[in-house]
Write a protein that binds this ligand. Structure first.
Ligand SMILES: [Zn+2]
Length: 104
C-alpha cells in the first residue's frame, strides 16, 4: 500500500462523512446539490490548505479557512455523522481519533 498524502486522506474522509449525512440524514439516494457544493468546497479548501502534508485535523487547525455559511454546514454534518462514523467506517474513525489525540 502506498502512503497517501494527508490532504488526500482528509478529502476521502470528508467525502465519506458528507455522503453518509446526505443519505442517512436527508434520505437522498445520491448526493443532493447542496451537499455536492459543500463537498466541492471542502475539497478546494484542502487543496489550498497551507499546512500541506503536516496538516492537523481541521478541528485542531488554527486557521479557520471556511466561509461562515460553509462552516455552519460542515459543522452540522460533522456533528451528526461524528458519533456514527465508528459504525459506518470504523477504521477511518479510529485513525482520525488517533490523529486528534496525537500532539503536533
Ligand atoms: Zn444532501
Amino acid at each position: 500500500m502506498t502512503k497517501k498524502l494527508r490532504t488526500e486522506e482528509e478529502k476521502e474522509m470528508v467525502e465519506k462523512m458528507i455522503r453518509i449525512y446526505c443519505r442517512k440524514k436527508e434520505g437522498n439516494h445520491s448526493l443532493c446539490p447542496q451537499c455536492q457544493a459543500l463537498l466541492n468546497y471542502a475539497h478546494r479548501r484542502l487543496d489550498a490548505c497551507r499546512f500541506g502534508q503536516n496538516k492537523p485535523t481541521c478541528k485542531q487547525c488554527p486557521v479557520h479557512c471556511y466561509r461562515p455559511d460553509m462552516k455552519a454546514q460542515i459543522k452540522n454534518v460533522m456533528r451528526w455523522v461524528g458519533p456514527r462514523m465508528v459504525f459506518y467506517h470504523p477504521m477511518t474513525a479510529l485513525k482520525h481519533l488517533l490523529r486528534e489525540l496525537t500532539p503536533h
